[in-house]
Design a protein around this ligand. Structure first.
Ligand code: G6P
Length: 465
């Protein structure tokens, strides 16, 4: 089987505790066929890419490079996370476009292409991930790489009308035509991309369903909903629930119901809205006070980006406000924790929690929702309250689906979840769990890679970026 080469901004190095979904998905993919995983080391150095750091683990070579402060600020913090991230999450008002940042983004993508090129073998299958590296495929083609190259976008993609607000969108998004296959999480995201190409970029649809851009490049777009290692998560949760920490948590809760939220601290996750809905619950249902505890785990993220720092302050105020208003000497309504936890322990927390509260304003998929389901005890499962705007809502449709901006709706869903009889909890949980057992991360990987390897090669124009 051809070697798999994965390229992503972050590389989940072996033995690193990672809560990211991509990490576990990619470990699963490379474990079987061996390969190379290339990306940023997460570290800064005086010059970008001056040295390549290499390590090997279970048939996989991990190769990373450092970035200079300027490259980090322009490519990662500036363009990827202050222009593309908010735009792709439908937050046009937060987009901070600067020409220098876009230049930095293209420059770092060129560097990725230059450093990766000597590591490639002719029959490698290359899989590029996420919004940091959109132009990479086109840049590799310019350097003569004729291999099969696939791209997967882990964020949502908004409608074409919003995408065209990005300066030089043709250059950036048009470069996706250099891949053989572009995968997105949901059909809605795929429709947005098709619509962009068909109506804004002069592409046409071929008889076999692929798109052909104005320069003649042919590529396929398709939805591949990412998933989790369901069996592994279920086993971890079961094991964790017997461990000391989880027993201590159960003891401290007593008869109180636990509501849990676990998110990177990001404005796309709808945390202020979630806190507000929980505050409203305590306000409306005095009888629930001391009967419920809300644990929100939100490790800090992208601290160099101003919008993230503002959100931190906003949430600290909001959690403080709720606790100040409702806490009792023997009860803290909301535990707001900014650390990350070992994955196994998290699955134990999910299992203890009567409610999983997953209410992003927009999310590509949201694997916490899937892990919450996988972690439940079949005899006494909890209830998932899930935003309609998480990609996961397309599959987990027997969760309590809510619009996260509608505070009353989220509050009511919490009330319903907290009082839901066992039978209904089981009736809702079972089909979601079975779905996740069938469509797990291995299915996702195989489906993407099989589809990529079926795409006709050749006839890919060396697109300009
Ligand atoms: C999202 C993105 C990933 C990214 C992760 C963590 O899930 O889709 O590409 O790695 O967030 O964000 P960070 O900026 O810390 O890499």
């Amino acid at each position: 089987m051809p070697r798999l080469v994965i390229v992503s901004n972050r590389v989940a190095l072996p033995r690193q505790t990672s809560t990211g979904g991509l990490g576990s998905a990619m470990h699963a993919a490379t474990r079987e066929q061996g390969g190379l995983w290339f990306g940023w080391s997460g570290k800064l150095a005086e010059h970008s890419g001056a040295v390549l750091h290499r390590q090997q683990h279970e048939q996989v070579d991990y190769v990373t490079m450092d970035l200079s402060r300027t490259d980090h600020d322009q490519y990662y913090a500036g363009f990827a996370n202050r222009a593309l991230w908010p735009l792709f999450h439908y937050r046009a008002g937060l987009v901070e476009y600067r020409r220098a940042n876009m230049e930095g983004y293209l420059r770092v993508n060129e560097l990725f292409a230059d450093r990766l090129l000597p590591l490639l073998q002719p029959d490698d299958t290359i899989w590029v991930h996420d919004y940091h590296l959109i132009p990479l495929g086109a840049l590799l083609r310019q350097r003569g790489v004729a291999n099969r190259i696939g791209f997967f976008l882990h964020t949502p993609l908004p409608a074409a009308g919003l995408l065209i607000a990005l300066p030089r969108h043709q250059e950036l998004l048009g470069s996706l035509a250099s891949y053989h296959l572009v995968g997105l999480h949901t059909e809605r995201d795929q429709r947005a991309l098709d619509d962009y190409f068909l109506h804004e970029a002069g592409a046409r649809r071929l008889a076999d369903g692929r798109l052909q851009d104005a320069a003649g490049a042919c590529f396929r777009t398709r939805a591949f909903p990412i998933s989790i290692d369901t069996g592994k998560v279920a086993r971890q949760a079961e094991r964790a629930s017997r461990g000391l920490k989880i027993r201590q948590l159960r003891d401290s809760l007593g008869t109180r119901a636990l509501v849990i939220g676990v998110d990177r601290l990001d404005y796309s996750k709808g945390l202020p809205e979630r806190f507000k809905a929980y505050g409203r619950l305590l306000d409306r249902q005095a009888g629930l006070r001391k009967q419920v505890s809300f644990l929100q785990i939100a490790p800090h993220s992208r601290d160099t980006v101003p919008e993230y720092r503002q959100l931190r302050h906003q949430l600290e105020r909001s959690a403080g406000h709720i606790n100040g208003r409702y806490a009792e000497p023997d009860w803290t309504p909301i535990s707001y924790v900014n650390r990350s936890f070992p994955h196994q322990l998290l699955t134990g927390y999910y299992r203890v929690a009567r409610v999983g509260l997953v209410t992003p304003l927009r999310d590509g998929m949201n694997l916490v929702a899937k892990e919450y389901i996988a972690s439940q005890d079949a005899l006494d499962p909890g209830v998932l309250v899930l935003s309609r705007f998480a990609g996961a809502a397309q599959e987990l449709d027997s969760a309590l689906l809510v619009n996260p901006s509608d505070t009353e709706e989220v509050t009511e869903a919490l009330e319903t979840a907290l009082s839901m009889p066992l039978q209904e909890r089981q009736r809702r949980w079972r089909p979601m769990y079975e779905h996740l057992c069938r469509y797990d991360v291995n299915y996702w990987c195989k489906d993407f890679l099989d589809t990529l390897r079926q795409q006709p090669t050749g006839a890919i124009a060396p697109a300009t970026v």
